[in-house]
Design a protein around this ligand. Structure first.
Ligand SMILES: [Zn+2]
Length: 64
């Protein structure tokens, strides 16, 4: 089944990506796979280790 939309906007996602998500402590993170459009993939990658903030969560690419 095709992925309907990006996790952060209404755009069509480029693909699904493995990300880490946390609120305050990056050590206390959740590992999940989310669909991202090209624009948001770039933003998450740009966030680096600090992460990309969205609605109280921070996201970064990869599980580590
Ligand atoms: Zn997006």
């Amino acid at each position: 089944m095709p992925i309907a939309r990006c996790e952060f906007c209404q755009d069509r996602p480029r693909d699904e990506f493995a990300v880490s998500r946390w609120t305050v402590d990056p050590e206390d993170r959740e590992r999940l796979t989310i669909a991202l459009c090209a624009r948001h993939l770039k933003r998450v990658q740009k966030g680096g280790d600090r992460g990309y903030e969205h609605r109280g969560f921070r996201y970064k690419t990869g599980f580590w």
